[in-house]
Design a protein around this ligand. Sequence first.
Ligand code: F3S
Length: 772
Amino acid sequence: YATPASPSHLNPHPARKVAIPPYQKILRKFEDVRRILPKKHLTLAEKILYSHLANPEESLLTSTNNGDNIRGNANLKLKPDRVAMQDASAQMALLQFMTCNLPSTAVPASIHCDHMIVGEKGADTDLAESIKGNKEVFAFLESAAKRYGIEFWPPGAGIIHQTVLENYAAPGLMMLGTDSHTPNAGGLGAIAIGVGGADAVDALVDAPWELKAPKILGVRLEGELSGWASPKDVILHLAGLLTVRGGTGFIVEYHGSGVDALSATGMATICNMGAEVGATTSIFPFSSSMIPYLKATGRGSMIDAAKGIAYGPGPYNFLKADTDAQYDELVRIDLSSLEPHINGPFTPDLSTPLSQFADAVKANKWPETFGAGLIGSCTNSSYEDMTRAEDLVKQAATAGLKPKSDFFITPGSEQIRATLEDSNTLQTFSSAGGTVLANACGPCIGQWKRTDGIQRGDSNAILSSYNRNFPGRNDGNAKTMNFLASPEIVTAMCYSGSTSFNPTTDSIGDFRFQPPKGMHLPSRGFSMGNPDFQPSPARPDHSVNVVIDPHSDRLAVLEPFDAFPEADLKLQVLYKVKGQCTTDTISAAGPWLKYKGHLPNISENTLIGAINAATGETNVAYDFDGSKYGIPELAAKWKSQGHSWLVVAEDNYGEGSAREHAALQPRYLGGRIILAKSFARIHETNLKKQGIVPLTFEDKSDYNKIDALDAVEPVGLLDVLKSGGTGHVELRVTKKDGQPFNIPVKHTLSKDQCGFVLAGSALNLLAKKGRL
Ligand code: F3S
């Protein structure tokens, strides 16, 4: 792999082919959509999505009332243009893809080694160490990429979403990514959806990928940002308005006069964090700032192609919403009066305007100081973000100030890192005492080795420009409160070290920051950086063997799951979860990331973050004789005894990420049903793909009637599965010593998904149908 020592290479962009979406094909489909729905005024998201349907007629007419009520009802069977995978989720996606015995992927795909790089001392040391520690996995990914013709971006090349934005995202593109923040590409007018590995495999094998037609939430932007307010504040504010559940089932579509003044990278930041409101994805219309960004990233040839479909006559007016398009919900944001926001702790929707934050710190007894400020990541490492932060560092340096908190900078890609090196921005950060980490996820995904003395269990605060702040996410310490803000606010607050400091109004001694100034794009275009960080070519080479050591504890070949039994199930409640249950709760990250390619090993973390509804304990389950177990231990015990089980949970079960392990692991350990008050969309789909049935209470208060160790028999489930999704299901619940009673429940199984469950998993079904 490329060594981290990377003197800046001010090379022109290499002669890589520009990845232009198949516009002619997309437009032909779009003409079909116009013909099928002649009177409909379509939103931008609908135009792009429906133009990627395998069969527009079938999806738009047959499954709906003749083209009415498509949103929220129709099952869209989609053919995405491309797939991107990060290293942690790519392992399982590739292991699944390999079971299909295909010579190459059906659509262009890329792998990005970013999640497994630790952040500690700085890029040079950390990258070399991480490569050493993960050699086996990177070698597996690289060999599989070469064999199947997937572009492989080595460790150090950058974070998936930044690399995608710089190389693959394009107006009108539709892509899937095995990471929740894939919607980042919406900043360049793409429909980009975060999915689990099994969904990615659908696209990789040319099977249609199914999605319930999302509703469209319009966000009308008016006015213009100024002073301290940044694109990040748009989404921090919106997250407060919508909450983590508010975008579920929606695509967030931005429009309005305020769009034009936003940079492409700023729009990407906004779309990136749309994942935090649970949205299927977020998108901006083709706008003037996309043109210089495409040019600066070496994709001038895409501009004419995009303009051709954006502004053409009739059906070619493709890259913006029709004038009379209707939104299912509408939010207005006045950018001119928007102030910076700080969101958190522990949830990204707890949004506080900066001017009220000091009071909130006092009222909530949040820590008065914070130990570290972290900027960059896939969310906020654009040239604009970094040069605005640099301006603040320079202002403070003139006054002789140094940051009081530790200050970390994560460039999103080698391209941005090298460009910032050339403009001396990184040197400015380093001279102020900042630590520049590798071009990788690092502290954003629990790969942060803190050296400031904070121990597990110590309550403390940090500030970051990241997107997510669930407990334990950054340093594995559930007591670390991560407050999310723009890079500018994080940087300026580092100079005070106080959570109550408002850099827009307060002074440090005699010094007061002026609003930051930066540049959207580097005046001389982006540098390529170290050529060793370029990807491998997308040419399948069948002479390459994908080798998995049978004794590896990191990688294991997948065994197919068993089919659904020919009689209704008999289950026991393994665990009743209280409160939030994110994919981090179900399949923790941090040190467990290294077992992503080894299902038996990673299953030992199943639900270890879940709170027992009866006792309030975390990861403590009880067997029938009263003995105490960790949840995965009890599940494994029941599996060995042949008992299948279900989990009972509250709202938005599986929120947080596309992590398919959160579905695979319970399935591997014998889970058959998850019964919840509601589900996060991606996770609900992931469960069905792995053969687990997600059910919701018809009456949420029935959650109170069912407990751990209750016996549960689904009534009517087999009939529903066999009929392709029609009919009702009830759960017959029997307490240890009580009379049975029924709980009515709801399912969202489509015909195809019923097939997945009956076959044992989606891949089992594909294999059975002989499609592979
Ligand atoms: Fe990586 Fe964090 Fe983004 S894990 S992909 S930097 S959200």
